[in-house]
Design a protein around this ligand. Structure first.
Ligand SMILES: [Fe+2]
Ligand SMILES: [Fe+2]
Length: 290
């Protein structure tokens, strides 16, 4: 089966929200006004969504960061851009939130993400969602995103670890192929740093859990660079970072794009293709190994 993976599309609106007293609100707004809006030109996000709907895939996964500051208008834009994708793939489009979709306590409490992406909502009180497909495949989404006052971390706390451990354990008993989806990396290529204020806290516990359950693939984003690697701690799992779907860059692996790959019946991962939007028109493609 062919899987298309994208994330970090980051729709944005330059406006304050009523919980402006939350530190990240005004820091985020200043950063957006000065820097981020040039890196994430809205036409690229819309173009990425239009290009992806033209692709052939059996399953499509979005690994978080629909929005920039969890604003109502940002989620509305994202929902509009995703409507043709839901129309084409229905339940075979799996969406999870990223840290930007859990930006402030207020935006989490008011369930903005869930309101605009009801198919991407997790069951009440749970942070792991399992979507089972008829062909022996289970997609497991994990939500380690929560608001931090200033930083952009995720948190893989002990309760989430226990929840994920139990769900993956049950699936192993059924002999399912597992595609694990989170927002944050736990492994990085040489030369790419896991910044202390940007990484998933307790990511070593996450790596240990992946080593125990050996999903075929771990799909994530957050760090806006496409990569595919196998970490020495988890050699049975291909770690794929889809890069940002809405970012402009001279570097093709950072330029707006996505990843697609084949997942065999035995869980083998192959045919990995990195795609990016070429400035002006067209899609550039690169085959990579993992
Ligand atoms: Fe992001
Ligand atoms: Fe992120």
């Amino acid at each position: 089966m062919r899987i298309l993976h994208f994330g970090d599309i980051h729709f944005w609106r330059l406006r304050p929200d009523w919980d402006f007293y939350y530190p990240k609100r005004f820091l985020g707004l200043a950063n957006l006004a000065l820097r981020r809006r040039h890196k994430f030109p809205p036409h690229l996000a819309w173009r990425a969504a239009r290009a992806i709907v033209e692709e052939e895939a059996d399953l499509v996964v979005f690994s978080g960061d629909l929005s920039t500051m969890s604003l109502e208008a940002e989620f509305r834009d994202a929902a509009e851009a995703f409507a043709p994708l839901y129309e084409k793939w229905g339940d075979r489009l799996v969406v999870i939130p990223g840290n930007h979709d859990r930006y402030t306590p207020c935006s989490v409490r008011s369930q903005r993400y869930e309101k605009h992406f009801p198919h991407g909502a997790f069951p009440e009180g749970e942070r792991v969602v399992v979507r089972e497909f008829g062909d022996g495949l289970a997609v497991v989404g994990v939500d380690a995103s929560r608001p931090f006052k200033v930083r952009s971390n995720g948190l893989f706390d002990a309760a989430l670890e226990e929840e994920l451990d139990a769900r993956l354990g049950a699936l192993a008993g059924e002999g399912r192929r597992v595609v694990l989806v989170g927002h944050f990396p736990y492994a990085y290529p040489a030369g790419v740093e896991a910044a202390w204020d940007h990484k998933m806290l307790r990511d070593e516990a996450f790596a240990a859990l992946v080593a125990r359950h050996r999903p075929a693939v771990y799909l994530h984003g957050h760090k806006h660079i496409r990569w595919a690697l196998r970490d020495a701690r988890t050699p049975d799992t291909a770690c794929i970072n889809c890069g940002a779907a809405g970012m402009r860059s001279e570097d093709v692996r950072m330029q707006a794009g996505w990843v697609s790959f084949d997942l065999g019946a035995d869980g083998a991962v192959g045919g990995i293709e990195f795609a990016h939007l070429v400035e002006g028109a067209g899609v550039g493609r690169e085959m990579v190994k993992c």
